[in-house]
Write a protein that binds this ligand. Structure first.
Ligand code: TYM
Length: 343
């Protein structure tokens, strides 16, 4: 990390921050293995902030009641997946208005062409999805999310790398133009599990919006359905169980899912599957996934049974988040030349 300026208060542990959009009733195993598993590991020795990116979710039109429900479900999944609200600050992005405010400042630092070149915007508009201006400025709001908290590391999957790059560019640009005030963050992306692929199309990433139901492993899905989807995963016409992403994308994806959940290395798995077929691999992957998901689903049922407790967790996380965000915005407003309001 490049520390550009001292934060307001000395930090005992490096700060990490990450978020997920509440755009579905269930996270999928890509969200879990690519991000959530690392959030859980990192909370032990980092000052962790994790949030539900509900403002980002507004870029996709959603029924308001559904969005509220998914926001609670998303935070419940963070907790069911192992994030501890006692150690990590869990909050909802819209509960900290400074995100939108710094997002505006970031918009004003970004070139029009620069925003239009971002892959996510280009991909979605190329697919004919109708785009609003929120989708175009999505990366600037994400930069604000990160820069508000003097974030050192951002644990995300591979698909967020370009967003991290523009965040770093914008922090550097702000510091050059206005004097050093923002910390330039580092991505924290773990090889292999950072890009879990669609079971039906293993050359495309598994995605809440882009994958077909058979291509997904949803954490809230019926375990029998999960096993069925894994059994019908697309592989290849060979018979050898070997990790080779370029030539054996489907098999490699199953090996990564197995390895990340079971803790066995890819080498160990390759050895244990010598002489065995794809059916055996799929059965074992299904067993490993279902064993991990069952306790998760039990915990989810308990958490969703007590929405008031979820709201209390979000309230206390937002209070802590606001404290940090407000002090960053004092610094930012002063640097860019906004007149302080008289009291
Ligand atoms: P979102 O909600 O699409 O995804 C949440 C997290 O899951 C990761 N991920 C994957 N990892 C591995 N394999 C996959 N197939 C896969 N699909 C998704 C994502 O990389 C992400 O880490 N823009 C973010 C939300 C956000 C954010 C932020 C993240 C808003 N502000 C600030 C970090 C910091 C997003 O849409 O994630």
């Amino acid at each position: 990390m490049t520390r550009m300026s001292a934060p307001e208060t000395p930090q005992a542990a490096p700060r990490i921050l990450s978020g997920m959009q509440p755009t579905s009733d269930s996270l999928h195993i890509g969200n879990y293995l690519g991000a959530l598993v690392n959030w859980v590991k990192l909370q032990d020795d980092h000052d962790a902030f994790y949030f539900v990116a509900d403002l980002h979710a507004l870029t996709v039109p959603t029924d308001p009641e559904v969005l509220r429900e998914r926001t609670r479900k998303t935070v419940a999944q963070f907790i069911a997946g192992g994030v501890d609200p006692q150690r990590s600050s869990l909050f909802c992005q819209s509960h900290v208005p400074e995100h939108a405010e710094l997002g505006w400042v970031m918009n004003c630092l970004t070139g029009d062409g620069e925003a239009r070149r971002m892959t996510q915007f280009k991909d979605k508009t190329a697919k004919g999805q109708s785009a609003n201006v929120g989708l175009l400025t999505y990366p600037m709001l994400m930069a604000a999310d990160i820069l508000l908290y003097d974030t050192a590391f951002v644990p995300v999957g591979e698909d967020q790398r370009q967003h991290l790059e523009i965040t770093r560019d914008l922090a550097g640009r702000f510091n050059t133009r206005f004097g050093e005030a923002l910390v330039v963050p580092e991505p924290y992306i773990v090889k292999g599990s950072a890009k879990i692929m669609d079971l039906q199309d293993p050359t495309s990433k598994m995605s809440k919006t882009g994958s077909s139901p058979k291509g997904l492993i949803d954490l809230m899905q019926d375990p029998a359905k999960i096993a069925k989807n894994i059994r019908s995963a697309v592989t290849d016409t060979e018979a050898e169980i070997r990790y080779d992403v370029a030539n054996k994308a489907g098999v490699s994806n199953l090996l990564i899912i197995h390895s990340t959940l079971s803790g066995q290395s890819i080498d160990e798995l390759e050895s244990s599957f010598v002489g065995r077929g794809y059916g055996d691999l799929k059965k074992e992957v299904a067993d490993v996934v279902v064993a991990a998901i069952e306790p998760f689903q039990v915990r989810m049922a308990e958490l969703l049974d007590d929405p008031a407790e979820l709201d209390r967790i979000l309230a206390s996380g937002a209070e802590r988040a606001r404290g940090v965000a407000q002090s960053t915005m004092v610094r930012v407003r002063e640097r860019v030349g906004l007149l302080p309001a008289a009291r």
